[in-house]
Design a protein around this ligand. Structure first.
Ligand SMILES: *Cc1c(COP(=O)(O)O)cnc(C)c1O
Length: 364
């Protein structure tokens, strides 16, 4: 019996990507695999998608180099660019595409001693105020200097990010951000590749279906919207988090469970101990009542989640046995449901899977 496993269905991953292609049929797909592929495993996910994705996107140069050295040959885009001037040489040597969001990066590219010019996507701010400038003159200067440098591939690309794409009620601000993006394209004459839509943009905002879209969370079968699950969007969950029942106890009404004795049994029942805790990435913020799927029905967590274990109320008629396997999230328990019970987003839960969790790859 395994304490805890994250089972990754690479078949579902590929089917999700094909579904995404149907949603934005005129765009190339930049599969976002940053943060260990949202906790699903950087290299195995990229390897599973190597024929279906058009390119990969990461946030850190280390992630890109890890993919390259393991044999991924598709283009890889650095969404935040490079952080140190000396990294331009690596960007060139390993054939990476880099976002360029400020003049500091421009200067590093101008001064680099490199053999192969680098592919650059100018990163602009259209309303989020995270990376890039929203000022036409400043962006024009970045563009002019990059175009003048022999160290860049021409034409330059343009990239930006939507900040409220997951909020359909923000119609006006979404339209305004898309207007801002195309204003940069027209006013500054960008002729290279354009990249705007993230998962929510792919699902809801068709003007963000530019040369490249950047699916992240939906590739993993998870919804970016609060009021929908991945399954409502025609996607399949890729990760199933499973743990084992490792102890069973009879509880009398009034018995107190777990650290802090915060849960008091309201009736006689049978308590189960499951081998998963916040040390594995199951959130400690999961309140009493969070669903767990065990032996064909839903049971509820009770008390505080511990580092290595959590408690579930099995009910008096339980026939569960030590060693039985419980689904903490996956098809039967959407990770979106667990996240909303915890007051967070499913992105955070899947990213927080810890290294000690046994990750298995299957293809259904
Ligand atoms: C993480 C990220 C994405 C993917 O976002 P999802 O909501 O997971 O689709 C796209 N673009 C940028 C710049 C990102 O940082």
């Amino acid at each position: 019996m395994k304490a805890i496993s994250s089972i990754i269905d690479t078949g579902a991953l590929v089917r999700n990507l094909r579904r995404i292609r149907e949603m934005s049929p005129n765009s190339k797909l930049l599969a976002v695999v940053k943060a260990n592929a949202y906790g699903h495993g950087l290299y195995p996910v990229a390897a599973a998608l190597k024929d279906d994705a058009d390119a990969f996107a990461v946030s850190r140069i280390e992630e890109a180099l890890s993919l390259r050295t393991q044999g991924i040959i598709k283009p890889i885009v650095l969404l935040e660019g490079f952080f140190n001037p000396e990294d331009v040489e690596l960007v060139s040597r390993y054939d990476l595409y880099t976002a360029v969001h400020d003049l500091r990066q421009v200067e590093a590219i101008e001064k680099a001693q490199i053999k192969k010019p680098v592919n650059c996507w100018v990163q602009v701010d259209i309303g989020m105020h995270r990376l890039g400038s929203c000022d036409l003159d400043e962006v024009a200067e970045i563009k002019r200097r990059l175009e003048a440098s022999p160290n860049t591939v021409k034409p330059l690309g343009l990239i930006s990010h939507l900040s409220v794409a997951d909020t359909p009620s923000e119609q006006k601000y979404n339209e305004q951000q898309q207007d801002n993006f195309f204003n940069f394209v027209e006013k500054l004459g960008f002729e290279g590749d354009l990249s705007l839509g993230n998962s929510a943009g792919i699902c809801k905002w068709t003007r963000s279906h530019t040369t490249w879209v950047r699916p992240g969370i939906i590739m993993y079968g998870i919804s970016p919207f609060e009021d929908a699950n991945g399954q409502d969007l025609g996607l399949e969950p890729v990760m199933t988090l499973k743990a084992s029942l490792i102890a069973i106890h009879k509880l009398k009404k009034g018995d107190k469970v777990g650290y802090g004795a915060t849960y008091v049994a309201p009736r006689d029942t049978i308590l189960g101990i499951i081998s998963a805790g916040y040390g594995d990435g199951y959130p400690r913020t999961a309140p009493t009542g969070t669903p767990v799927y065990l032996n064909g029905r839903y049971v509820s967590t009770v008390g505080h989640v511990c580092m290595d274990m959590l408690f579930v109320d099995l009910g008096l008629d339980s026939h569960d046995q030590i060693g039985d396997s419980a689904v903490l999230w996956g098809k039967e328990v959407p990770v979106e449901t667990v996240a909303s019970r915890c007051g967070t987003i499913p992105y955070e839960l899947v990213c927080h899977i810890m290294p000690r969790v046994n990750t298995e790859y299957t293809s259904n």
